[in-house]
Write a protein that binds this ligand. Sequence first.
Ligand SMILES: Nc1ncnc2c1ncn2[C@@H]1O[C@H](COP(=O)(O)OP(=O)(O)OP(=O)(O)O)[C@@H](O)[C@H]1O
Length: 977
Amino acid sequence: MSDFSPGQRWISDGEAELGLGTILNCDNRSVTVLFGASQETRTYSSRQAPLTRVVFGSGDRIQSTEGWQMIVDDSKESGGLITYIGEDAAGDPCELPEAKLADTMQFDQARDRLLTGQVDRNDWFDLRFRTLHHHHRIEQNPALGLAGPRVDLIPHQLYIADEVARRASPRVLLADEVGLGKTIEAGLILHRLLLTGRAERALILVPDSLTHQWLVELLRRFSLEVTLLDEQQCSAHGETNPFEAGQLILASQDWLFADPHRQSQADACDWDLLIVDEAHHLEWSESAVGPGYACVERLAAHVPGLLLLTATPEQMGQQSHFSRLRLLDPDRYHSLADFQEEERHYVEVAEAIDALERLPGQPEDTQRVAAVIDEDDSQALLDTLADAQSDAAQRDASRHQLRDQLLDRHGTGRVMFRNSRRHVGGFPERRLHVERLEPPAAYRRVLRRLERDEDYLDELLIESGLDHPEVLVYLDLMYQAMADDPLNAEPWWQIDPRVTWLLERLTELGNDKVLVIAHDRDTAAGLSEALRVLGGLHAPVFHEGLTLLERDRAAAAFADTEDGCQVLVCSEIGSEGRNFQFCHHLVMFDLPLHPDQLEQRIGRLDRIGQRHPIDMHVPVFADSPGERLLRWYRDGMDAFSAPHGLGSDLYAAFGDALADALLDPEALSEVIDETRSFFEARLAERDAGRNRLLELNACRQERAASVAEAIHELDNDRALRRYIDQALDIFGVDSQDLGGDLQLLSPSPQMLDGLPGLVKGEEGFSATFSRERALARDDVQHLTWEHPLTREMMARILDGPMGNTALALLRHPSIPAGRVMVELVFRTHCPAPRRLHLNRFLPPTAVRVLLDESGANLTDKISFTGLSKNLQKVKKAAARDLIKSRHGQLRELLDSAEQEAERELPSIVEAAQQRMRTSLDAELARLEALARRNPSVRDEEVSALRDERDTLGTAIDATRLRLDAVRVIVTVDQESR
Ligand SMILES: Nc1ncnc2c1ncn2[C@@H]1O[C@H](COP(=O)(O)OP(=O)(O)OP(=O)(O)O)[C@@H](O)[C@H]1O
């Protein structure tokens, strides 16, 4: 008689995704099944149909065609058809004939899949267990989110990223000196927030000229794919909000700040993080607010995380600096006067920190420290430190702790991070080469007249339409503006000797790349033309008047080391933020008027990655305002030797006097002398006060070292190679050893679809486990636990059914044949909002239970690896038959295993609670102490942390165990195959 009856429910062994099938007809020869969910009908030979009868047992949850669910208690059979008896969701008794089971019921859970005969490969089960194990380990690693990016491990960046990204909603100003890696720091912070679930959506606003660079850096270094929005893209979205087009949106500030409609669309979205690059351009004063500032202010009011990036926080003066702090925390930074008053007190704190290093010593040092502390915990530390009897280790620990407390509790250190070359170290020498040239007759004529005739300046300003002092410093612009003068008939570059000088210099420099910067875009464009016409040189130009594409093309042609061009001509603003450290010759065709702009120029080359001393070539006209400006920079403030961060102060104090002295050598000498004294005084003050605090705070070496150490450990984790090899094999990715620690990953025809970077029929990519190699070669990816391919493979396994059932044979001399064992893996399940990053305390945790057929627990006697290596695979059909024949027994074993696993749960929960409490209680205590002393701790920060602790506590208490995977093991004779 046939096993089949119409109306029965069966599932396809080979095509489980078809869903639950219903027998339509059957006879001795064939059986026809309708799979309603997928609208497929299949006919099989009834003797060998690859089908498994679906039978539910007590405790199973089933669903009806009408959508309601019930828990099965019992069942009855009539005419070959089963009716299930149990309780519905309300607890009322109910019955459900199998014909009314929903076609769409999925059998993803390990228990269902096993009992419906769906077994996976044995090695998949192994991989699943290992995935859980590694995921558990990695999620708790302190370097999580910082180890994947393809960056050098530079301490100050790691410190900042670690410190900032551990805050629930970080709001900080990243203000490292130019070229020290603010973009990298922002990328690290974003990457960690994304990986830990603290953030899901971010909006990144950058100057037009930097959009492409950001796009490339985020992809190349952080494997983050961002959506670049512009007007064209937005229009394509029609009525829908274009800012919803991706999780990570990159947009040009110039575009967004000019368009109120697009701003309101950006405002209407939920973001977790807003990043604003070159934030010194946001204009604010008590009387007028620029459109960029207003736009960022509106967004900052509802976006919890905010990163502002600027190398020159005080370029536009202290008021403007204050205005950016105000964006970070409007409550705290509400009065400029109070802020300035507060800053005056920082000298004492910096002195106290220095005194700490000398303790126990002179009583004055103890008093100096005592004067700035007023918390009991700090006093206790000071007592230990000042006590000559306490042992050295104790004193050192107290010193460190007290130093951290002082830095935490005073100053802007919590909201602003500023590293400088001075304390980071290891940067190249800067060499200034000045070329003194005679001005051409057309310039000289004007200069002479200006010197002779005091009123001529006003006339010139009107005639040229230029500003003062620009008209004096940029003589080519003045010449062009007076084009009506018949003496100025030729293009400026035909008469300007700087052009010939530049051509000669380029020839002397041979193949070396040279970056030329001129203040104005017209000068840059004219110069580029001059080099082409007079020297036959292709010198692409890069300025704000060009389209993005044109600019990126120019930068790419310059960067190309093989066929690229030798020289790129940039304007001032056009080149801000750009990476040109592959070149070490900078020609400043003229000089900017603001010292911070001078530093920005040098910063294009003097960046991380620069391997040569930097040669700065500056042509000046003898006895001209340009030469006087150079003297002010060089003699007044050492502006060419190293950044000092005082440019804005000096400009604010002497900018006007300098402008007035540009035509008067005597007055200039006075301005230079005054600038110099002011500069030296401010340097000393800075070293003592606010900047000293900022510097001490911008990189705490011990923390940075411990983060780097944790990353090194992950980099050298041998388990990663083994894991990736096994996973690639299972996912169908071919890996070919290319030597030198390189491998080529390519898709095999069997590859499972949807793996990042791999498409069937295409090439694949080269990868390495070595950070050093990955950094040396742009075309090689760095394989880490955080690489998108690794993460995708792990997620597929953990989130889906892959490998959650298996059956294997065990040949063992001391175990008789025909016995069954079950190996079950339970997984903790603890729902909590992702942003709380619960995984750092309780990542999904595996509980393994191994039972023999009598139900005896063998877990501690036989390890996973010990057992696994002795197992042999078995054909799927045989496995299914074995399972069918042991259905009842398996059900019982599954039930008892669950009870065994439950016994482990309380200790897992307890340990997680303890980890969470230890970490968050300490953090909360630190924040509360800090908040009492340092108003830069926002009230929301403290209450958010308290809520976080409480919510996590409740979530951890509610942890449940779920069966994740099950393997049935059947013992066989030594001889049998
Ligand atoms: N950790 C790192 N590993 C490798 N390269 C780095 C690292 N940090 C910075 N760089 C490189 O150094 C250069 C400068 O970094 P970045 O652009 O982040 O600096 P920045 O402080 O934002 O500069 P700017 O002030 O000009 O905007 C970039 O080319 C960047 O890729």
